[in-house]
Design a protein around this ligand. Structure first.
Ligand SMILES: [Fe+2]
Length: 290
């Protein structure tokens, strides 16, 4: 089964919005009464507390210029610039346009990113922390963004498996992923092979989480490349079972923020011939996973 078919066949639950207090940890939270464009320091501290507690938060009815999105995003830490430099905002390069829209026959954004389970910038030495995704135009059907809870997936492992994977290292390699083309030499130069632990400790919450990367670029160490990749595919299949997954149905004006040290995510399909989808993405970098 292809990755996309696997995603299309799954039935993730809808995001369980705001029916618990902030104190009750569960992935996914709808923040209310917050305008991201005008956030003081106390407001930002509250937003980051929500993020660290719930790992994925949504803000409805926002209106963010590219500059306002970049200013909000950089409060989480240094911004990363996408490898798809041709689709980044000219004035604000950390802002990536994701879109299937064409103007004068030319795509206005990256159309095919994130269509499999992954963690943003897992293939870099310093990996992604918060990703911010703003919905400008969204299809009425499909195109959900699904999230899998890597704390819960780790916690669900039996003790023998936890012992087996404790200390295991994983090679994240865009060189191997794109060995048949797809990225230029200059793009690949930005992300040399890197090794990260399979189980990471979140630097801010102290909780253990699985850190798996993407099926196409992750290879468990201590075995052949083929076996190491097969092992990671099994881990990702385990960690993205429905019981760990919530799926966000987009509305125009939604801003999603997620914690890449605690969740994996994937785009889900939609009828690209029928509907337009345009999102603005910014990503911040955390530290080296440990
Ligand atoms: Fe992503």
């Amino acid at each position: 089964m292809s990755d996309l078919a696997a995603v299309a066949g799954m039935a993730p639950r809808d995001f369980p919005f705001a029916d618990l207090s902030l104190a009750g940890r569960r992935m996914g939270f709808e923040a209310q009464g917050i305008t991201l464009e005008h956030l003081d320091d106390a407001g930002f501290a509250a937003v980051e507390e929500m993020l660290l507690t719930h790992s994925v938060i949504v803000f409805r009815n926002q209106a963010l210029s590219p500059e306002a999105q970049v200013r909000f995003s950089e409060r989480f830490g240094p911004l990363e610039v996408s490898l798809y430099r041709q689709f980044t905002n000219e004035s604000f390069p950390p802002l990536l346009v994701i879109s299937n829209v064409k103007k004068d026959g030319k795509p206005i954004g990256a159309a095919h990113v994130g269509k499999r389970w992954h963690t943003d910038f897992s293939f870099m030495e310093l990996c992604g922390y918060a990703t911010i995704l703003y919905g400008i135009e969204v299809p009425p059907v499909g195109a959900d963004t699904a999230f899998a809870d890597m704390y819960a997936a780790y916690d669900a492992l039996d003790d023998a498996t936890k012992r087996e994977i404790d200390g295991m290292q994983v090679l994240h390699s865009y060189r191997l992923r794109y060995k048949d083309g797809g990225l230029s030499a200059a793009q690949l130069d930005r992300c040399p092979d890197v090794v990260h632990p399979l189980v990471r400790t979140h630097p801010k919450t102290g909780r253990k989480a699985l850190f798996l990367g993407c099926v196409e670029s992750a290879f468990a160490q201590g075995m052949s490349l083929e076996d190491g990749n097969a092992f990671m595919r099994r881990m990702i299949a385990f960690a993205t079972q429905d019981r760990f997954v919530y799926s966000h149905k987009w509305r125009v004006g939604d801003v999603l923020v997620w914690d890449n040290a605690a969740v994996m995510h994937t785009a889900t399909p939609f009828d690209e011939a029928k509907y337009n989808r345009t999102l603005h993405r910014t990503s911040t970098i955390g530290g080296r996973p440990f």
